[in-house]
Design a protein. Structure first.
Lengths: 282, 133
């Protein structure tokens, strides 16, 4: 399984000289499938714009877009996703269900005035909207499962398995909101089923501990909690994700160094996600 | 590869909520398994949750021989238990009982039970609250 990071910034896109090493685009990750005409994409932050251009170039005909939730930083790139504007493309959008407003209607709001001039009904691609199933489902040889995780509003994490490899993607997550992570068994950990024994865990690590103290309940994790969580679920490799928008490259590197220190003699030391990073899972 | 079964997020939130209450409260999952009760509930039942562990809720409640005020000599029918009603009929229910706790003490309690529905109306379990009378 090949995993490519197209955006890993949290909350708000942050282009500029201070973010060139790790990137300023918001969440978007591509996961390879067995069919080169099919793309599996996680989240539609601003990183999806560049990915879209590449997918068109590759001649991809079918895109499965899996949304963890509908906060703007995970959705704002969709309107500028080139395959959406290509009538040859089929786009399946998977998102967390709501009993009140259908997924299509919730997304359509961002395709309407005053936010956007073109109505969702007028996009050329064949678009369908699907509630994320409660049980695992398959897309071109890849098995996906999703669970609600601790973050304001309906938000899921994804577990993606292909062959023997497992990727866990929980970009927005505050498992420590309900108490100490270290003292919990996996079955009482938010996202425990998603992240258990994953080869790679992409996980929220937006804050230093002192920053987190002032942001409890905002839905994100400190680097300490991210490291503790990865250990608690038995993930092999932690990729620190959803970077704080006010954090430049040098500050991020201090956060990465702290994560390595906290992880101690973990099997594989945590690393910072960066745009363009390609992860090859066994 | 088997995915380990994790408690639903709503149950995780409910447990944390209950563990911070001084009102006796228990939580069961959608399959009717008792998954948690708080320290205040332990004071009513006579046993800490850690000693009981996850067990079928019906089996656990039967051990207290709940009786209703209108038939104090006989165990109450299972169908009258608010926990059973919340689990099977997925609606809120309230009833007064006399129970015999594990420590042998007779207690009057009122029990309110209600179902928990997550996003998309997914039934994930129940909460029961014991009101000491």
């Amino acid at each position: 399984m090949r995993v490519t990071i197209w955006g890993c910034r949290g909350s708000l896109a942050t282009p500029g000289v201070e973010t060139v090493r790790y990137g300023g685009n918001t969440s978007c990750v591509e996961v390879s499938t067995s069919d080169e005409r099919t793309a599996l994409v996680l989240d539609a932050g601003t990183g999806i714009r560049r990915l879209g251009l590449e997918l068109v170039e590759r001649g991809v005909e079918h895109v499965h877009l899996c949304l963890t939730h509908l906060h703007l930083d995970h959705l704002e790139g969709l309107r500028f996703f080139a395959p959406l504007w290509d009538e040859r493309v089929t786009l399946d959008v998977w998102g967390p269900p709501s009993p009140v407003v259908a997924l299509r209607e919730r997304i359509a709001r961002s395709f309407s005035p005053p936010l956007f001039p073109i109505d969702l009904r007028r996009v050329p691609a064949r678009v369908s909207f699907r509630d994320i199933p409660r049980r695992p489902w398959a897309i071109d040889g890849v098995t996906l499962s999703a669970e609600l995780v601790m973050h304001p509003g309906p938000t899921v994490g994804f577990r993606i398995q292909n062959g023997g490899a497992t990727l866990a993607y929980i970009p927005d997550h505050e498992p420590a909101l309900v108490g100490s992570i270290a003292g919990r068994t996996r079955d009482w950990l938010s996202g425990g089923s998603i992240a258990a024994d994953a080869d790679v865990l992409l996980h929220d690590a937006q804050y230093f501990a002192d920053e987190y103290d002032d942001r409890i309940g905002w839905g994100h994790s400190s680097v300490e909690d991210a490291v503790t969580y990865a250990h608690a679920v038995g993930a092999t490799r932690l990729i620190l994700f959803h970077h704080e928008p006010d954090r430049g490259d040098s500050s991020l590197e201090r956060l990465g160094a702290q994560a390595r220190l906290l992880a101690g003699d973990a099997e594989s030391e945590p690393v910072l996600a960066r745009e363009g990073m390609v992860l090859e899972l066994p | 590869m088997d995915t380990p079964r994790q408690k639903h997020l709503v149950l995780i939130l409910a447990r944390e909520f209950a563990s911070n209450l001084s009102t006796p409260t228990l939580i069961a999952d959608d399959r009717g398994r008792l998954v948690f009760y708080n320290e205040a509930a332990a004071a009513v039942t006579g046993t800490p949750f850690a000693e009981v562990g996850e067990v079928p809720l019906d089996e656990w409640t039967s051990s207290f021989v709940p009786r209703t005020p209108d038939a104090p000599a006989d165990p109450a029918p299972v169908e009258r238990r608010p926990t059973r009603i919340a689990l099977e009929e997925r609606r809120a229910s309230h009833e007064r009982f006399r129970i015999t706790s594990r420590d042998g003490v007779e207690r009057e309690v009122e029990i309110t039970a209600f179902p928990l529905f997550a996003h998309a109306d997914e039934f994930v379990g129940i909460v029961a609250i014991f009101w000491r009378t």
